[in-house]
Design a protein around this ligand. Structure first.
Ligand code: TRP
Length: 340
């Protein structure tokens, strides 16, 4: 029996999503996808390319399509197993938008106005021309999570507030209308989960912040990886060690440790007495070796597009089955007449 069959003994379920909004990089892989792969051992997993979230910022049509498939290919190439986990595209399951509407009716303007991501994204913008979708973004995220009755939601620290809102909305609905939702817990991974920019260790690695050399793209060729690591900023001094006074080295050590599985202390010991250059050239090889099998698998998936589309077809069907069950209960609780 499939682990996702509703009648089998349930493992705790997780739901998580990533926006298909640009070039994929090492931060996406180490910060999220690698952890998603590991969670398949202990959880029932539902993983989603959240394209409806991506369009809260203007996208170029052809790029959005491409980015969505690329993101799904990264999931698959990294080891997300579509036999065990549900992998799908958010817009393929209309229940997300429908539940969002119902949740909108119990969400307060004030709580959305307090979301720090909304405040950051609209800082300096004229209130009159801020898109409603940007404001409502956290409610769509709550719908994503609640539809699948997820017990846990692995997210970065920056999304914790949105999961808190999701919990509040689940409890508010359950109290007002009768229980329909599981109240989910955030899972925030500490330590090496947060990959920082290669040219400014105070910023998160991202494709939008700063220059091309600030991030390692998943598809970067070996020589590009080597060049970017060689140019990555370092801290004053010459010792290869982490610590609050060494933010750049801490980031590079975190990347090394996360990809190699070695403990930071062991890596530091290995490079004691050696300089940054030795460490960096080895780090570049660690990254090149870690990316090689993922890149190879992505190329295979790109060569045969039908495999990914098949995964998404099955994924949407399985997601929809769960989502519809939740939505039916919600509609009943609210008092909407069932469609005859
Ligand atoms: N808002 C999340 C981010 O930008 C993406 C997301 C959308 C998500 N829906 C979700 C994450 C549901 C976890 C669960 O990172």
């Amino acid at each position: 029996m499939s682990p996702l069959d509703e009648t089998s003994a349930r493992r705790p379920r997780v739901f998580s999503g990533i926006q298909p909004s640009g070039t994929l990089h090492l931060g996406n892989y180490l910060g999220a996808v690698k952890n998603w792969v590991a969670m398949q051992e202990t959880h029932e997993c539902v993983y989603c390319a959240v394209d409806l979230h991506a369009i809260t910022v203007r996208q170029v049509r052809a790029e959005l399509r491409r980015n969505t498939i690329d993101l799904v290919n990264l999931f698959l190439a990294s080891g997300v197993d579509p036999e065990r986990s549900i992998v799908f595209v958010q817009s393929h399951v209309p229940a997300h938008s429908e539940l969002m509407w119902i949740l909108n009716t119990i969400t307060y303007m004030g709580e959305l106005r307090r979301m720090t991501q909304f405040k950051d994204k609209t800082a300096g913008a004229e209130g009159e021309s801020i898109a409603v979708g940007l404001f409502d973004y956290p409610v769509l995220m709550a719908a994503d999570i609640l539809l699948y009755r997820a017990d846990a939601v692995p997210v970065g620290e920056d999304q914790k507030q949105h999961v808190e809102l999701t919990r509040d909305l689940a409890e508010r609905f359950n109290n007002a209308f009768g229980k329909a939702f599981v109240v989910p817990e955030p899972i925030i991974k500490e330590g090496g989960a947060r990959v920082m920019s290669l040219d400014d260790p105070a910023k998160k690695m991202s494709k939008s912040a700063g220059s091309e050399s600030s991030y390692i793209a998943v598809m970067d060729a070996p020589d590009v990886v080597r060049r970017k690591i060689r140019r990555a900023v370092t801290d004053s001094g010459s010792e290869v060690r982490g610590g609050p006074d060494k933010p750049s080295l801490t980031n590079l050590l975190d990347i090394y440790a996360a990809l190699s599985g070695d403990a930071i202390a062991d890596i530091e010991a290995r490079y004691s007495g050696k300089g940054y250059a030795d460490f960096k050239s080895d780090l570049a090889e660690v990254i090149v070796d870690a990316l090689a099998p993922i890149q190879a698998r992505i190329r295979e998936l790109e060569a045969d597009k039908s495999y990914t589309l098949g995964v998404l077809k099955t994924g949407a069907e399985r997601a929809e089955a769960i989502a519809q069950r939740t939505l039916a209960k919600v509609r009943e609780r609210v008092g909407l007449v069932p469609r005859p």
